[in-house]
Design a binder for this molecule. Structure first.
Ligand code: ATP
Ligand code: MG
Length: 445
């Protein structure tokens, strides 16, 4: 993408309404525009990151054997009357009446609708296990929408629902989700710690929240610092292997890590003092096992191997897709701007032309841009007629992890400069070596 042909409405000043760094940088980098309290347009740069995050979520869900579909944002109220949640949900639910005076709502979540889909088509244990998920906009009329996309009213969520014949299988589905989430967050450059949480009004027996540590997080968390060292890495997990999946979950949930709702002071005090940590965290996902709560009230039954009919065992599992942009920025930035992890960056690399209009420099930038494209990497080429300082400031603000700087002086020596946004370290090398380096860096992402 050539910057002169792009739409990147960067702001010079700090917007007054932004209280936290991620909100400030998302506005300044021209990623989002607020349209109403907690409701945003996704401008091109923000949209690219959102799509990238969605793609990683899809890939990891599909790897775990879960099936994507798409349910609508609007739902009939009657479905929610069946589970009894239409009245329980309260003011957070946006209720709508259509021209036929039918009561509708903008879905805050989809347990009822997915249970309805299931009961319409599935009635035998032979079709199980099954996990269906979608990535769809949700609406919750939050009392205090704030912090930009972190606590929006309209927000994008991945929500998945498992259907299993018995509790042991449903707990395996729970564990599968835990492992797939760990892998998802790691690919985004995040450390998200699974913490035992409170099942709250949704009602359930088992639930973990995934928290990214950040000073601006809304949750207070208590943990053994050793938990932050755990990494899933490249290990090969067979999602059908119950014992192997359960073992990974044990590894990640044995050390103490809880939110304030489930905090146990006695257990916490048993941790060696130097590893005892109290901090703040951002909830980027949650998994629930809730058994037959919806299937029993909505009549979603399956026939088991011995011929009896039982309500299907379920759980629901969510990832805050749009919130993740804020969480990643909170975890990865400096005083100049965002520092995108390679896994989610809107462009893999930026090209800065130090002397726009100089025939040799322009030609070298064009050649570099095309060489990167030929390797499958779309650079953001700053081809504006601007001074170098302004170009660097824009690149630093929007946070591309790598920058290639091209100027007449370097070209005279046959080199360009490759700079890491994270470390600030620059290296001179011939342009084709820079292309090679970018290709190597992204080969493993
Ligand atoms: P919170 O406690 O932050 O209000 P929640 O527990 O009500 O969230 P869930 O029902 O667990 O939310 O939704 C799954 C995920 O969706 C959450 O883990 C979070 O990442 C995200 N999410 C929830 N509410 C919002 C919101 N208002 N704006 C952006 N993301 C949200
Ligand atoms: Mg939650």
């Amino acid at each position: 993408m050539r910057l002169t042909r792009y739409f990147l409405p960067v702001l010079k000043e700090n917007p007054a309404e932004a209280q936290i760094v991620s909100h400030r940088y998302m506005l300044r980098a021209g990623m989002i525009k607020q349209q109403a309290a907690g409701i945003y347009s996704w401008l091109p740069l923000g949209y690219r990151v959102l799509k990238r995050i969605e793609e990683i979520v899809h890939q990891e869900q599909i790897r775990a054997g879960h099936i994507p579909l798409l349910m609508p944002t609007l739902q009939p109220a009657d479905l929610w009357r069946e589970s009894g949640r239409y009245d329980d949900y309260g003011q957070e639910m946006l209720r709508i009446t259509d021209r036929q005076k039918r009561e509708m709502l903008y879905g805050p979540t989809n347990e009822e609708m997915i249970t309805d889909i299931f009961r319409s088509h599935v009635s035998s244990y032979k079709d199980l296990p099954m996990t269906l998920y979608h990535i769809q906009w949700k609406f919750r009329d939050e009392m205090r929408p704030r912090f930009g996309v972190m606590r929006g009213r309209e927000f994008l969520m991945k929500d998945g629902y498992n259907f299993d014949v018995d509790k042991a299988s449903a707990l395996h589905a729970y564990n599968r989700h835990m492992v797939s989430y760990l892998r998802t967050y790691e690919r985004m450059g995040l450390t998200a710690i699974p913490m035992r949480a409170d099942s709250g009004p949704i009602g359930g027996e088992d639930t973990h929240e995934f928290l990214v540590l950040a000073e601006t997080g809304e949750s207070e968390v208590f943990f053994d610092s050793a938990v932050t060292e755990l990494k899933l890495g490249q290990r090969d997990v067979d999602y059908d292997n119950r014992e192997q999946v359960a073992e990974v979950c044990r590894e990640f949930t044995t050390l103490y890590a809880r939110t304030d709702e489930t905090h146990d002071a006695a257990l916490f005090d048993a941790i060696p003092a130097e590893r005892r940590k109290v901090a703040r965290g951002i909830e980027v996902g949650q998994i629930f096992y809730f058994g037959t709560k919806y299937s029993a009230s909505m009549g979603a039954n399956v026939v088991t191997a011995d011929g009896s009919k039982v309500p299907v065992e379920m759980g629901s599992h969510g990832i805050g897709v749009s919130r993740l942009l804020g969480a990643i920025i909170e975890a990865s930035h400096d005083d100049k701007g965002i520092i995108w992890p390679e896994g989610v960056t809107p462009f893999p690399v930026g090209i800065v032309n130090l002397k726009q209009g100089d025939a040799g420099t322009d030609a070298a930038c064009e050649a570099l841009y095309k060489a990167l494209a030929a390797r499958g990497h779309e650079a953001l080429y700053d081809d504006r007629d601007e001074r170098a300082g302004a170009k660097f400031a824009t690149m630093d603000l929007i946070g591309l992890p790598w920058r290639i700087t091209v100027g007449p002086r370097g070209l005279a020596n046959g080199v360009v400069e490759l700079t890491s946004r994270r470390t600030g370290v620059s290296e001179e090398m011939p342009a084709d070596s820079a292309v090679e380096r970018i290709a190597q860096i992204y080969a493993g992402v």
